[in-house]
Design a binder for this molecule. Sequence first.
Ligand code: 0RA
Length: 648
Amino acid sequence: MSDKKGNYSASNITALEGLEAVRKRPGMYIGSTDSKGLHHLVWEVIDNSIDEHLAGHCSQIDVIINEDNSITVKDNGRGIPTGMHEKLKKSALEVVMTVLHAGGKFDKDTYKVSGGLHGVGVSCVNALSSYLKAEVHREGKVFMQEYSIGKPKEDVKEIGKTNITGTYISFKPDGEIFETLEYRYDILANRIREMSYLNSGLTLTLTDMRHLEEGKPKQETFYSEGGLKEFVKYLDQARTPIIEEPIYVKGKEDNVEVEVAMQYNSSFKENIYSFVNNINTREGGTHVSGFRRAVNREFTKYGQDNGFFNKLKFTISGEDFREGLTSIVSVKVPEPQFKGQTKGELGNSEVSGIVSRAMGTALKNFLEENPKLARVIINKVILAATARHAARKARELVQRKNVLTGSGLPGKLSDCSSKNPGESEIFLVEGDSAGGTAKQGRDRKFQAILPLRGKILNVEKAMEHKIYENEEIKNMFTALGVSIVENDGERDLNIEKLRYHKIVIMCDADVDGSHIQTLILTFFFRYMKPLVEQGYVYIATPPLYMVKKGKQFRYCWDEAERQEAIEAYGGSKDESGSIKIQRYKGLGEMNAEQLWVTTMNPDERILRQVTIEDAVSADITFSKLMGDEVPPRRQFIEENAKYANIDA
Ligand code: 0RA
């Protein structure tokens, strides 16, 4: 343990268990061995450096993607201790790197704040790396140790002198463990940007050595002076703010730090991101409920005290205060407890009151000091409540069973005969004519077809009641069998009666088609998010070409396949001779048989599952695509035709 002066010694580090367990069951430690798990290794290493920053000893972290897809993380912290660990008779550095759960993280005195969802420790990264090198600058010396799949090659060596301090970790993920070894710049950049907002004053850099431009690697520096205030502005970059500056709250009670920034914009959705010890809590938790409670309470009180609600014929509910509100709730909790399906929900009950109190004081002050802005916000709240009442009526109409068709299903739906959602699929098809082709081509036993007429409503810009009045959207709700339920003033999507476990969006492979696909995806993202989160939403990929020679033909999904087909038929790349190439611009150019074979038949087709890997960047993508700024849209859609958040 640390001595009375709080000095840290090598013996603070406690030893627990061996690393073989990590290699046997990597999923248990880093979630998965796909691209997500691969990136998790980087978060794990950076987290240690961030802890060093939170302890007040580190101002810069550099992340480098090396040419061979290995990663280097450098920080200018105190350096991992290198003295002898008394019990284990090894250098503390070696203990940190090779013993599971070592590293002081499980020692409450050492780190004020330690990892939440991450926090399995750098030794896990070591176990899952074919090569790792740790270099420590400390006490004027440079120490170094190398490892292979977690095993030290030699004892810790002194390799030089230095006048700086810090820890450099380089690792190469093990190809025997990971399905992919390719690091994605955008994934790393998005998370590192987020970390810079969450830790104002910390400089982070990202360098990509893999492709040089004019001899220089790609490099970005992320630094935020304003922290969460800037984060909110970044999130709302494609929305129109209705108050100039975000409301900012910072407080501390019982060692729990609270930081909140919130901004009202002209959109109609609540957009809230929450973090515990820098880690995104997707399922919210006690910090978020404390935040909501305070917003509700303080705005209600202010509105009532000033008589703003006197003429209303209905009550204002909590969500009315959060319409068009983008907020970030970040707390630092010494001993976080996580619960929920994916451990993405904070459970510590004391945090709710702490956040609520900090928010209460700050909001009271804000409202008193800014009566004009308060009025603007309250007006928006009243409008939201009015619209909510209209929306409820509209929604109830959608959700009431349709008396005419008896079944309550839309007339345009060609349903499948199976009633088992697990095997049933629904194709949402652009246009009536393609819908007709799909209807002929499908296997009616398990495939249903719902044609959607032209462009569906842009839900990013429409008020909610308009959404439930929209014919195509009504059809989607009733066909899918999902409904919106209100619980304690919160609206949830009820998917218990979901009728299909595959919802396939099928659009033309041109710019219009990609626009429609985006509109539909935006709708799912904003109004049926649980369906996306639980992996029910897919995108069909019709082929782009048919290459034909005599009676032989091949379908091709990209340029490379097209070239391959041409060569296979003995043709030249200039497409001359007897080889014919058809470019499919729309689904309508295929007949029912072709559509079945290429796009609908489960044995042959390629479905891309839509996932929300990174909620922040997905939100920005959709708000940009569908938001107020119109001009860049077309180009943006073309550039984003392959969405970053759609898995192959
Ligand atoms: C344990 C104790 C001390 C620092 C660290 C670990 C430490 C770990 C990592 C991992 C990456 N970068 C790091 N920087 C520091 C405190 C040592 C002291 O009291 O000087």
